[in-house]
Write a protein that binds this ligand. Structure first.
Ligand SMILES: [Zn+2]
Length: 243
């Protein structure tokens, strides 16, 4: 912990990468793992481009569940700590999560690699809406329709779709310029997020990892802090302030 705090203090450019583990601590169900959503829902049926075009109402069962969770969730103290870390060199949060909790906590620069549940998009005409505008109807079991009469969907990346290119470009350039990358609650198996810390390291950055268990990244990390993000991040920031 002490050397991690010193590392943070030395770093003038910090980038954070967050994965499902961060959201799990705020009560959001992960996709992977034993109790993950994919043990209950078939991703090809429920969250793919072809699944959505064939039977959007079935996909909306999953989207509704996710929207309900994300609108009911509160960012834990780890999120607040990342907001405070902006005063100490944190420049961007790159996230694989679609729940918008970083923005809810107040983080200024958030790059959402897999899109967001907070916006709806129409694949037919490109129309967009804030999910909040229709959240009441959605949670009552309705499916949101666009003015053009097509079914809208959350602006999340479905299976069979590429990641948003602009966001991805911003993420790559952020990690190339950083002096420290902190990987938090990510299993480090899903690409391209798994490559981001290694790219940062090749450009001279240090890797810090915060996770409840070791991952594939751990052997390459310079600092591994084992435990919950909601406990470790506030402690890091508190100690940083004491310096
Ligand atoms: Zn439309």
């Amino acid at each position: 912990m002490k050397s991690a705090v010193e590392e943070l203090r030395r770093a003038d450019h910090i980038v954070v990468l967050t994965g499902a583990g961060m959201s799990v601590e705020s009560g959001i169900a992960p996709f992977r793992g034993e109790d993950g959503l994919w043990s209950e829902f078939d991703p090809q049926e429920m969250a793919s481009v072809t699944g959505f075009s064939k039977h959007p109402e079935r996909c909306w069962q999953l989207f509704r569940l996710q929207i309900e969770e994300c609108f009911g969730a509160k960012p834990h103290e780890g999120y607040e700590a990342l907001v405070e870390m902006e005063d100490h060199g944190l420049e961007a949060v790159i996230t694989q999560n679609v729940d918008g909790l970083h923005q809810k906590a107040g983080s200024k620069k958030v790059l959402e690699l897999h899109g967001t549940l907070n916006e709806l998009v129409c694949d037919s005409c490109g129309n967009r809406k804030d999910t909040e505008e229709m959240v009441g109807e959605i949670l009552d079991g309705e499916i949101p329709y666009c003015e053009c009469e097509a079914v809208m969907r959350p602006d999340v990346v479905l299976f069979g779709e590429p990641l948003p290119q602009n966001t991805l470009n911003e993420a790559w350039s952020a990690v190339e310029d950083t002096s420290l990358i902190i990987s938090i609650g990510t299993s480090s198996v899903v690409q391209p997020a798994a490559s981001l810390p290694l790219t940062a390291k090749r450009s001279g950055s240090t890797i810090m990892e915060v996770n409840v268990e070791p991952t594939q990244l751990t052997p390459r990390a310079d600092h591994f802090l084992e435990g919950k993000a909601g406990e470790i991040l506030p402690e890091l920031v508190e100690r940083l302030k004491d310096f």
